[in-house]
Design a protein around this ligand. Structure first.
Ligand code: NAP
Length: 457
């Protein structure tokens, strides 16, 4: 395959075509990143933060063009205004903590010894990004990586090629020296061969489990360090003392926003038996209020899925669940076209023998199950190969904390969901990945420790 073709989920038209880089051109670009890295790392932290902050502001200035461009590429309705607020919030937060997070650790200097641990950049970082939040997933690792003195090579998703181009333009116009931030149009084979040839000092991958596995396979034997932010099957648990309306509003938004194509989207909901019917009724009313349609129209609240092949997988999982006894609560929407435009769905009478309650769905469908008590909810929440977030709904913070201690997950939420707080580490367990981005720990993951042990006399 020599050409990337991005097909719009809006109407099947071609949004962009690009030639993939040849292996030689890709190798030359990586060399440029290697050559630029030392001078970049020798700039002051303040200078590097300035470049990143200006690049972020440049993206903000392009936002009016970016919002419809995103809708064309991956179908998110324009009414949500793109990703700039989260993108900026994360970058500025990381800038605000950079000095402390990257400061040397004095482990006890005295008259005879000076002993420090410094944090030094890895070198050249490859960022491989997904299309579902194509700006925010890049900035999670690009901002701390660049601030810490790494140079970045970005391989963006073939569904959102224009995002990588926007980011490169923003960094160049912000004064990033040549080679510091490059967006490369790479196919899988060239990406794999660069990784296998030890071209990168660290790799940050956000995407599917099979994608993460292929990164590990390509890197086998090279010792390339890797952060993996992979899939999820995030649960919500509504307890008997919860505010049911708030739980329904937030969990259903968490399940349906971005047509369910969120790594930390709510994919299964457990509800205490006494409040089950009330929750299900409220959830049904909310879903029936969605407007599925063209994402460029202002009143559309639910766009098409990013590609009709993604919608086909969701239809398949839903149909299999219904065949096995699940009950769908939502009638097919009139503009469900059997392709990328997919009706949202709530399923009851579900159980964990069904793929819809086990595998990542990544679409606007969620199963809802009644539970007898916290122990049953805990067992069901942990009955998963994934662990990104879990959302608990209760007015009892101690009950949430006690339960949270036993949930196998990266983040425990109480009375909220589907939000990345940049002061907390974004991380997962089990097949959801390894490592973590954002927070002070995000800086640790884009640097390596270097120890200094000096005897003064
Ligand atoms: P994907 O198919 O794995 O693709 C992600 C990125 O990896 C794309 O740039 C893709 O390039 C590239 N890629 C995949 N396989 C590759 C290979 N063998 N060699 C080189 N590059 C490869 O995932 P997606 O469909 O874009 O994103 C959805 C997935 O991402 C979901 O599972 C979601 O849960 C996960 N996700 C996780 C997080 C998190 O924070 N944990 C955040 C967002 C998304 P091409 O486009 O060229 O194939």
């Amino acid at each position: 395959m020599t050409k990337l073709t991005c097909i719009s989920p809006v109407d099947g038209s071609v949004v962009a075509e690009r030639d993939y880089l040849t292996t030689t051109a890709a190798e030359q670009a990586v060399q440029k990143a290697q050559q630029a890295q030392k001078a970049w790392a020798e700039k002051s932290l303040e200078q590097r933060i300035d470049v990143v902050s200006r690049a972020v502001a440049n993206i903000g200035m392009m936002n009016d063009e970016i919002v419809p461009e995103l809708a064309w590429q991956m179908g998110r309705p324009v009414r949500y205004g793109g990703e700039f607020s989260g993108f900026e919030e994360r970058a500025l937060y990381m800038a605000s903590i950079a000095e402390d997070a990257l400061a040397p650790i004095d482990t006890g200097s005295n008259e005879q010894f000076q002993r420090h641990i410094h944090r030094v950049p890895h070198g050249v970082m490859l960022i491989v990004a997904p299309w579902n939040y194509p700006f925010m997933t890049v900035i999670n690792s690009a901002a701390p990586a660049l601030m810490a003195g790494n140079t970045v090579v970005l391989k963006h998703a073939s569904q959102t090629p224009l995002v990588g181009e926007r980011l490169e333009k923003a960094f160049l116009e912000a004064g990033a020296p040549d080679g510091v931030f490059q967006n490369l149009c790479l196919d899988h084979g060239t990406t794999a061969s660069l990784i296998a040839a030890n071209a990168f000092d660290f790799l940050s991958f956000t995407g599917s489990v099979p994608g993460g596995q292929s990164m590990e396979k390509s890197a086998a034997g090279t010792f390339t360090g890797m952060g993996l932010e992979l899939g999820g099957k995030d649960p919500g648990y509504v307890m008997d003392d919860a505010d049911i309306q708030a739980a329904a509003d937030t969990l259903i938004d968490g399940a349906m926003f971005n047509s369910g194509q969120s790594c930390c989207g709510i994919e299964r909901i457990y509800v205490a038996e006494p409040v089950f019917d009330d929750f299900v009724q409220k959830a049904t009313d909310i879903v029936n209020g969605y407007r599925l349609g063209n994402p460029l129209e202002a009143d559309t609240t639910l766009g098409p899925m990013a590609h009709k092949r993604f919608a086909a997988l969701v239809r398949e999982q839903t149909e299999a669940a219904v065949q096995a006894g699940a009950k769908p609560l939502i009638n097919t929407f009139s503009n469900d076209d059997g392709g990328a435009y997919l009706s949202p769905q709530l399923l009851v009478n579900v159980d964990h023998s069904m793929a819809i309650m086990r595998d990542e769905t990544f679409g606007p469908v969620v199963g809802i199950m009644p539970v007898k008590n916290d122990a049953e909810a805990l067992a069901l929440m942990n009955d998963s190969e994934f662990g990104l977030t879990a959302s608990l709904w209760t007015t009892d913070i101690e009950r949430a904390a006690a339960l949270g201690n036993h949930i196998e997950t990266g983040t425990v939420f109480m009375n909220r969901c589907d939000y990345l707080d940049p002061s907390l580490c974004w991380t997962g367990v089990k097949n959801t990945g390894r490592g973590g981005s954002l927070s002070e720990i995000g800086f640790h993951n884009v640097t390596r420790p270097k120890s200094y042990h000096f005897k003064k006399n």
